[in-house]
Design a binder for this molecule. Structure first.
Ligand code: CIZ
Ligand code: SF4
Length: 366
């Protein structure tokens, strides 16, 4: 049996600088047994220690290909679950702070989705006519639900390809938990707004009439990201008044109105690529998480590009922010002592079904 883990408390009193040097030592000590994956929304003090950085699609591929014994995921809970599901059974996925969840992912749960499926069954046969699509920002049991019902996972990078795959099989999609990603993607594929209805999971039949359900192509779960909902069309208008030549780029988790007013819409990987490829001197207004925008600002200023954050108020993802150098160091020093703390392990049957839905996604992804 493993001895008790090292207490976290003394670590919480350490400064970021003290942690930094010890994290470097720990990484060297663990060598190839360890891989650290860092999501784009991580704060700099953590992000700089990542062996690989990316969005959840890229990082899930890194997890699937990694040979390391320990996969330490600096991101949020659903990402560590995906790493566990796609890695080999003997590999261990770790989330440095288990309280790092995602408020959007929490807006859909298995009981609510199963109820929606049953209620849709009063109007049509969902297993014949509806593909369940879950955004990767969701718990593993929802990915398993999709695996079991002929459905699929998507990320903001591959949402279009995933919806095309879904419509080639069944006439409708139930899309959860993010209504905005579903609506913004559906609209660019030519689906009119009145054929995308919102399923309010707190109401019987999602608050919809039989006719609305029959007519709908996409049934959008009433979920959203608390960070991306802060961006408003007025922010874009005000910026454009000041800088008429500026370019606007937004994440598809932002509202329909914000995305319509943006010149470009896409995932974090897309945002980074587009800004990096732009001409020197370009001015950008960016609607996504603050840590990423700040890093782009720093990186691009040498080329004379200026990168601005869309909201006048500071909006960071507070759960991503929970991963700090103190928790990362605590995790690594426990590993050096032979103890695994904060492992994320998806039950076997659930993982098997979730893998089905994730594999379908990886196959159709660009
Ligand atoms: O898929 C991801 O990693 C998230 C949450 C955002 C993005 O667009 O990269
Ligand atoms: Fe979840 Fe939004 Fe944070 Fe992404 S930015 S992890 S969707 S709460």
């Amino acid at each position: 049996m493993q001895a008790t883990a090292i207490d976290i408390n003394p670590y919480t009193l350490m400064t970021d600088e003290e942690c930094e040097a010890r994290i470097d030592v720990a990484r060297r000590t663990l060598g190839e047994r360890l891989v650290i994956l860092g999501h784009h929304y991580q704060r700099d003090e953590v992000f700089r220690h990542a062996d690989y950085s990316g969005d959840s699609l890229k990082l899930s591929r890194e997890a699937a290909n990694s040979k390391a014994e320990y996969i330490v995921f600096c991101g949020v809970h659903f990402m560590a679950e995906v790493a566990d599901i796609l890695s080999r059974p003997e590999q261990v996925a770790i989330l440095p702070d288990l309280a790092a969840g995602c408020s959007m992912a929490d807006m859909a749960n298995l009981a609510n989705v199963q109820r929606a499926w049953r209620e849709l069954g009063q109007v049509l046969d969902p297993d014949q006519s509806v593909t369940p699509v879950t955004y990767i920002n969701s718990a593993a049991d929802l990915k398993a639900f999709c695996g079991e019902h002929g459905g699929i996972v998507c990320t903001s990078t591959n949402a279009r390809q995933v919806l095309e795959w879904s419509f080639s099989r069944r006439e409708k999609v139930l899309f959860f938990p993010d209504q905005h990603l579903g609506r913004n993607t559906g609209y660019t594929m030519g689906i009119p707004l009145d054929e995308m209805v919102v399923w309010d999971y707190e109401q019987p039949m999602g608050g919809l009439s039989e006719e609305q359900i029959r007519k709908a192509r996409i049934i959008l779960w009433k979920g959203f990201c608390s960070v991306h909902q802060m961006f408003r069309p007025e922010h874009i208008d005000r910026f454009k008044e000041k800088y008429p030549d500026a370019k606007v780029i937004s994440h598809p988790e932002a509202s329909f109105e914000v995305c319509r007013k943006s010149d470009y819409v896409g995932s974090t990987e897309y945002i980074i690529k587009t800004i990096r490829a732009s001409a020197p001197g370009t001015r950008w207004l960016v609607g996504t998480e603050l840590n990423l925008v700040n890093r782009l600002h720093e990186e691009c200023k040498a080329e004379g590009k200026s990168v601005h954050f869309m909201s006048p108020t500071v909006c960071m993802c507070s759960t991503m922010f929970r991963i700090d150098p103190q928790h990362l160091l605590w995790t690594l020093e426990n590993l050096i002592d032979g103890r695994v703390v904060n492992q994320v392990k998806v039950p076997e049957r659930e993982a098997e079904l979730a893998r089905l839905a994730l594999d379908r996604m990886l196959e159709v992804s660009p």
